[in-house]
Design a protein around this ligand. Sequence first.
Ligand SMILES: C[S@@+](CC[C@H](N)C(=O)[O-])C[C@H]1O[C@@H](n2cnc3c(N)ncnc32)[C@H](O)[C@@H]1O
Length: 380
Amino acid sequence: MVDFNQYYTSKNLSDLLSRFITLVEPRTCLELSAGEGALLDALKAKWEGIKCTTVDIDPTNHSLLQEKYPLDEHFCADATSENCINILQDKEYDLAVCNPPFQTINTNEIINKYIKDAFEIEFKYQKKIRAEIIFLAINLLHVKTGGVLAIIVPELIIKGLKYNKFRRALFSNYKLQYLVESTHKAFKKTEAKTYILFLKKEKIDIIYKFTHIKVDSQAFLENENIYDITNLYSPDDSVQKKILPNHYEIIRGNISGKICKTLGLPYIHTTNMVENMSTIEFNENKFPSEYKTAAAGDIIISRVGTRVLGKTNIICLGNVILSDCVFAIRFTNIADKNRFLAYWKTNSDEWISTNSTGTCAKHITKKSLMELIDTIILTE
Ligand SMILES: C[S@@+](CC[C@H](N)C(=O)[O-])C[C@H]1O[C@@H](n2cnc3c(N)ncnc32)[C@H](O)[C@@H]1O
């Protein structure tokens, strides 16, 4: 198990990150979730005299950083906690660099305040939030006006429909200079496609341009393009939801598991699904048209049931009647289906814990599943 989401930054990626920092001679730098200091190594190689302040939750990393850079300032703390507010107080840095943990965390008043202060938006009714958003907020609040934040974020922050409003606030309050897109698996052991955002603390009221750079798996430059910032978000949060109408369909059964049982026909319900992520096969059946059915290729997901919520089977042959406790996702193209399955295999537990609704009887809604699928497949 990896504690505290400790996927360390590769040297190539750290060097790349330091290369795009436009500041001439930054004197002070903040690094939250500094880990073993890979980013600091790259910064120190470029600006020998830079004074760094690090925060990491892990005492082992904290000691390692103290040993490696004894002249700098190191704190062992949860960067999102009140303790860290006391550590950072109203200090401001020329530069901040960050490879935050990719995870969701519970919101609280401190976190809500950070978001409001940094982006002038509120997420106050959400129970959980992406840690990357909090780390963005804390960093930006502690960078001087005109200073720069370079931060590594997962694809969902850049492309996720759910984060459209957040991106609009982020890129209106801070100027995106570069967006560096890294290939999949830039970090070992994680499927997440990653990006580095280079944000200047400068508010601009016009539509500005940013440079989008693609790098390969070794962090070597592949190509570069200039786009309007509005390419990264929509002015209207509802508009994008209609972008992908023909890529997939989510079908929910229209009869209960109990009724399914009485029909004497093959059906799939939460109680007869097989092991998670396994394939299942059926005969080719002819069913009365009033029943919703799933067919070969469909992904069946249990939408209710405490112990089986999110359980997934893939139909490889035949067809079957669906109970109203399961969804069948039918993709038009195999590449989209594979991308979804790759994501779902590793991240479904975390996604379900954040996105299932209902107080005792948790369930997954069609809308939230659609948002997730749109996020996953809306990438190229
Ligand atoms: C993705 S690693 C980044 C490591 C660093 N950039 C490097 O490459 O060496 C994440 C780091 O964040 C730390 N971390 C996780 N949650 C944290 C939190 N809430 N506050 C401070 N540090 C945290 C972990 O201990 C880990 O060292």
